[in-house]
Design a protein around this ligand. Structure first.
Ligand code: GH3
Ligand code: MG
Length: 457
């Protein structure tokens, strides 16, 4: 993997050394010699990761990190603070400034490269989601994004496993004040609990007596329900080999024993925050997709979606020989409903009409609103006889049961005309099918409305 790395240090010799190491690993390196330079370069170059020295004259690394995390253009770029400071309180200060990791000099190269690769890979997930959000906003399917405080209002749901009772106690006690912590006794229990998908963070000790912590992490990464849930690993001091493997298989973050309480709190918090941000982006994308393919008033599919789907179904039908039926509906004298009872009442009728259609078709049938008071139902694997039966049932379901206009109990008689067509032969197309159904509808209107007419080729 290659990545664009911005390194920041006020000592030229340090910059040179780190540059040489990273370049030898095929990373693209950019350099900055001070805090302000780093902020500028981060905005301009949009690196994949920033390695940031802490002690610099003028603006120190903590301040640079806080500013990076406060700017929308740079807040998503992972920051690793690299420093000679080695006190837990320094680490916690770095994490609280928004750093993704805090590595102490002298750097273990293997661990550094693994961490850079891991953070860059994790960033790619967020980048993809951010890109989709930008696209959603551009096509108008999504509103402008707000992130902010909703990310940390709920307590996190954390699942932990560690077979050292004192360590486990320390973890649960430390996190219990802010979060709900569940403890698993065995590997099987952890996987079973995790598989419910009910957790926001998994904490896994890599040095378990009874089983292989690394294997457990890889299982969590491969299960559908837990693939996206962050893992915080607990490693022994100096166990670089295991740490590197854990990071390469997708563990999000780690703590070195003995676990320092404030550091645990800070790391858990930043994993939860990221998880929630990603969940939020995913949900929003899903909603945007739904908005893009459904009709706002009735919740049925819209014309654009129906046309795409119909083309696929008609192609399939040509291959399998199974017919596709298409019903097209137009409410009779609908203009009069609006004119007599108002547009609002008209909308109520359209919604109720959509509900009656939905309730009377199968799960595989596609109900959609073409626009106005025109609707379509596409029925795969359906011949003309069956399509006629359904259409007649729908027609009667409208005509025989008056529509409720409002809460006062006033009702209205509504009727609908329906045209039907069924695919005929391998050369039929979606457009021809729609055209024939439309022709049927025209005849139904001409012949007096409130009726079903099928049109053959
Ligand atoms: P026909 O039996 O020939 O179909 O007569 P009609 O009155 O139903 O047909 P026409 O096409 O003349 O009128 C359709 C009306 O549907 C006109 C328009 O005001 C109304 N309409 C279209 N979309 C909406 C909507 O979203 N809400 C409401 N309330 N009315 C709508
Ligand atoms: Mg009409």
């Amino acid at each position: 993997m290659t990545a664009r790395v911005l390194i920041v240090d006020d000592v030229p010799a340090n910059l040179k050394l780190l540059d040489a190491k990273l370049t030898a690993e095929y990373f693209d390196v950019f350099k900055a010699a001070s805090g302000p330079e780093a902020l500028e370069a981060a905005k301009e170059q949009q690196p994949d990761i920033i390695l940031l020295d802490v002690m610099m004259p003028g603006m120190d690394g903590f301040e640079v990190c806080r500013r990076l995390k406060a700017m929308p253009e740079t807040e998503h770029i992972p920051v690793v603070m690299v420093t000679a400071l080695d006190q837990p309180k320094d680490r916690v200060q770095g994490l609280e400034a928004g750093a993704d990791d805090f590595l102490t000099k002298p750097l273990n190269d293997l661990a550094l490269f693994a961490r850079v690769r891991s953070l860059v890979r994790l960033k790619m997930v967020t980048d993809e989601l951010r890109m989709r959000e930008a696209t959603g906003q551009r096509i108008g399917a999504l509103g402008a994004g707000t992130t902010g405080d909703f990310l940390m209002t709920e307590p996190g749901r954390i699942l932990a496993i560690d077979d050292r009772p004192t360590s486990l106690k320390r973890i649960t006690e430390t996190l219990a004040s802010e979060h709900n912590v569940t403890v698993a006794e065995t590997q099987e229990e952890l996987l079973q609990l995790a598989n419910s998908g009910n957790f926001d963070l998994h904490i896994v000790s890599l040095t378990l007596q009874e089983f292989d912590g690394l294997r457990l992490c890889s299982q969590l990464r491969s299960l559908e329900a837990t693939r996206q849930t962050p893992i915080l690993a607990i490693v022994e001091e100096g166990d670089t080999g295991r740490l590197v493997r854990a990071l390469d298989m997708g563990v999000n973050d780690y703590l070195v024993r003995p676990v320092e309480r404030n550091e645990l709190v800070a790391r858990a918090r930043s994993q939860l925050r990221r998880k929630r941000y990603q969940d939020y982006l995913r949900d929003k994308f899903q909603q945007g997709l739904e908005l893009a393919i459904t009709d706002g008033l009735t919740g049925l599919y819209n014309r654009r979606y129906m046309e795409g789907h119909l083309a696929t179904l008609v192609d399939d039908a040509a291959n399998t020989g199974k017919p596709v039926a298409l019903l097209i509906f137009d409410i009779d004298y609908f203009k009069a409903v609006n004119d007599t009872h108002g547009h609002q009442a008209g909308d109520e009728v359209l919604k109720e009409f959509a509900d009656r259609i939905s309730a009377n078709v199968r799960g595989i049938d596609l109900a959609c609103r073409l626009g106005g008071e025109e609707f379509v139902v596409v029925m795969p694997d359906t011949d003309l006889t069956y399509a006629m039966t359904v259409a007649e049932r729908l027609r009667q379901g409208v005509a025989l049961r008056p529509f409720k206009l409002d809460e006062t109990g006033r009702t209205l008689d509504v009727t609908v005309s329906i045209g039907i067509a069924v695919t005929e032969g391998p050369n039929d197309t979606a457009a021809k099918l729609l055209g024939r159904a439309d022709q049927g509808l025209y005849r139904a209107k001409r012949d007096g409305r409130n009726r079903v007419v099928a049109e053959a080729a």
